[in-house]
Design a protein. Sequence first.
Lengths: 331, 237
Amino acid sequence: MTLEALVAIIAGALVSGSLYALMASGLSLVWGTVRMFNFAHGALVMVGAYSAWYVSNRGGIAKALQPIGKSIVASSEDSGALGSLLLPLGEWILSIKGGFGLALGVPFAILCCGLVGYIMYVLLVKPFVGKPGADLIVIITTIAGASFMQNGVQVIFGPRYKQLDRILKGPPLQILETAIGLQEVLIIILTPLTLFLLHLFLKHSKLGLAIRAVAQNDDFAHLVGINVSQIYPLTFVVSSILAGLCGVMLGGLFFILPTMGAQELLFAFVVVVFGGLGSLPGTIVGAYVIGFIRESSAYIIDLYWAPVVLFATLIIVLIFRPRGLMGGEDS
Amino acid sequence: MLFQVEGLVSGYGKIDVVRSLSLHVDEGEHVGLFGPNGHGKTTLLRTVSGLIPAKAGKVRFRGEDISNLDARLIVERGLIHVPQGNQLFPQMTVQENLTLGAYVRRSDSRKASNFEKVFALFPRLQERRAQQARTLSGGERQMLSIGVGLMGMPELLLLDEPSVGLAPLIKEELARAIAEIAATGVSMIVVDQDVELLLGICDRLYLIEKGAVSLETADVSQVDQAEILEMYFGKVT
Ligand SMILES: Nc1ncnc2c1ncn2[C@@H]1O[C@H](COP(=O)(O)OP(=O)(O)OP(=O)(O)O)[C@@H](O)[C@H]1O
Ligand SMILES: [Mg+2]
C-alpha cells in the first residue's frame, strides 16, 4: 500500500469515525439512562440537516419570505407615515434572499433537534416507561416516529435533494499528495471538540452528573433527590442534538434527503454494541475503530464488502468479549 | 412530634408486606427497628421515602402528610434514607457520589462544609476520594453510603442495616461513627439485626414482625438490656 493510500484511509476513517461517534454516543447515552433503543435516532440526523438547510440556504425560509417582503415594500409605497416604517422591514427581508447562512442555520438545527427529541420522548417513550415490555414497545413506536418524520419532511420539502453550503471554501488540504476536503478537515477537528464538551457536561455539570447517576442506579438517584422523570427527556434532548450535529456535518458532505441517517443509524448500533453497551468511552473508541475498518476494507477489498468485514469483526469481538470492547461487568 | 407513621399499608403488587404499621420518632430521638428477615422493615423505609406507594395510612413529617409525595420532595424536606446493601453510584468516584448526596437545593449551598464533616467522620473516604465506588471494600462502601446521606443534611436519617455483613472491627468503627452522628442531634431510625448495636445508639426500639410493630420498648436506658435481648431471642426461634 502506498503512503498516499494510507493517508486517504486514515482521513476517511477519521471522518466516518467522527460521524459514527456523534450518532452512537447519543444512542449509548439513551440506552444507558432510559434502557431503551431509540430507532428514530437516525431521523434526527435528517431533521438536523433539513433544519440547518432551511435557515441557511437561499432555497429555504429566505425564498419563502421573498413574496412577503415584496408585498410589504409595495404596500409601503402607497401608505404614508406607516409606510416609511414598513419600508426598511420589507427591504431587509428582500436583502436576505441568499439565506441566513450556517451561523444561524446550525444553532437553529440544534434548537429544532432538541425540541423534536423532547416531543419524541413525550409522545413515543414516556407513555411506556416502567410498563412491562416497554423496551420492545418503544422499538416499534420509535420506528413509527422515524417513518412519520421522513414522510413529513418529504411532504414539506419535496423530493428534490438539497445540500448545505460548505463552511470553509477553498482548495482541499494536501497531505503527502492526498487531497482532503476542508469540510472533512472541519469534521475531523470539530467532532472531538464536541465530544469533549459532552464529557465536560457529563463529568462536571450538576445535570450531567444526574444523568450518569440515573444510568448507574436509578433507585439511589431517587434517594438523593434527583428528579428522575426529568432526566429521561433531558437525555433524549442531548442525544437528539448530537444526532442533529451529525446531520449538519453529513449535509455538507452528501445530499440531504428524507431517508438520510438510516445507514448511519445501523452503523451506530454496530458501534454501540462493539464498544460496550452504555459505555461512552467504549462507544467513542468503537466509532473510530469501526470507521477505520470500514475505510480500509473499502479500499483494500471493495466498498460493497465493507459491511461484511464489519459484521464479521463485530461477531469475532463479541465471541471473545460478549459485552463489547469496554462493556462493564454488569451495568 | 417529628415523625409519625399511622396504619401504613404497602407492598409489592397485590401482596401487602407492611400491614397497618404505626410508630413515631420525637425530635432528636434515635429509634431502632429490629426483627426477623423479610418481615417488611426495608419495605417500610422504602414507602416512607417515596420509592413505593403507600396503599393506606399516613406518614407525617413535622405534622405534614408526606405519604405518596415524590421521593425528591421528601429528600428536600430533610428526610433522608440510606438504603440497605450500601447502594451507590458504582462507576463514580467517592467525591462524585458525595457531590450527588448534596443534589437537593437545601444542601447544595452548604456542600463544602458538609464535605469537611463527612471526611472528619470517615477519614478513609477522604483518602479515597478519587477512587471509584465499586472498588471500595464493604466497610468503605457502607461509610460512603452513610456519607452520601449526610451530604443531604438530614433532619431525620433512616439507616437500613448499616452493619450487615461487616467484620467485627469495621462494625465497631461504624457503630462509633453512627453514635457520633446521633450525638450531633440528628433524629434517626436505624434498622439492624444487631440488637446490641441498636442498644448502643438508640433511645427506643421497635420489634417488627409480619409487617407491623409487635413490641415497643420503653426508653432503653431505663430497662434492663438483657431483658430486651432475651425477649427478642426468645420470640424468634
Ligand atoms: N421488589 C420486590 N418485589 C416483590 N417482593 C419483594 C420485593 N422486595 C421485597 N419483597 C418481599 O417483601 C418481603 C419483605 O421484605 P423486606 O425487604 O421489607 O424485609 P426486611 O424486613 O427488610 O428483611 P431483611 O431484614 O432481610 O432486610 C419479603 O418477603 C420480600 O421477599
Ligand atoms: Mg431489609
